[in-house]
Design a protein around this ligand. Sequence first.
Ligand code: FPP
Length: 235
Amino acid sequence: MGEGPTDTDGRGDGRARHVAIIMDGNGRWAKKRAMPRSVGHQRGVEAVRRLVRGLGPMGLDCLTLYAFSSENWKRSEDEVDDLMNLMRKFIKSDLPDFVANDVKLKIIGDWQGLAPDIVAMLEDALAQTADGSKTLAVALNYGGQDEIARAAAKAAAAGEITASAIEAQLDTNDLPPLDLLIRTSGEIRLSNFLLWQAAYAEMLFIDTLWPDFKPEHLAQALNDFARRERRYGGR
Ligand code: FPP
């Protein structure tokens, strides 16, 4: 066995432990209905909520969601404000749900640079959910290249620039290896998400627009995943 992840979960049943999702298509969902993009994002939050509530029976240890990329700042000021306000509302309204569903919140990315009230809300949410057994990791102000650069700088400062030393400094260093990366809306690219972690992950690109995504879509993806054979470069 070489470097990198070994079995998907050490349980030998081939089940995914860590799934990440690029939630794409909110704008197109709204456009198809002649609605403002903000409505698409609102419906996108509802899709997130459905998924978090349905997480228990899926047997996942970790779900990582790409909520706001470091490139999303280029969107109009109104849209950025909408997304930040949705984040505020979501944390406020769903925090009790996280606790009730045994979900531990984790944030990846350069999130300390967000508005101070959001940082404070997130810190409170992290503290309140610290004992959860399943992780919901939310990528905020996240860029994969930036994450790798930050991790490499820390590894260099500690005097060791190897793959494992860099990996140990990634934002995801306490999460299980990424098993499956899903992108909705039919686009086939990574958009700077989990670039390092995707090295051995399976990929699934589906046409469904994010607001239409249901827990059943994830359940189906997990079933398909369990049937795939992963070789990590070996035979
Ligand atoms: C992509 O749709 C989606 C985003 C840029 C943000 C994803 C955010 C949410 C689902 C809501 C906030 C999340 C949380 C956890 C509160 P798009 O606007 O790029 O869609 P388009 O490509 O069709 O225009």
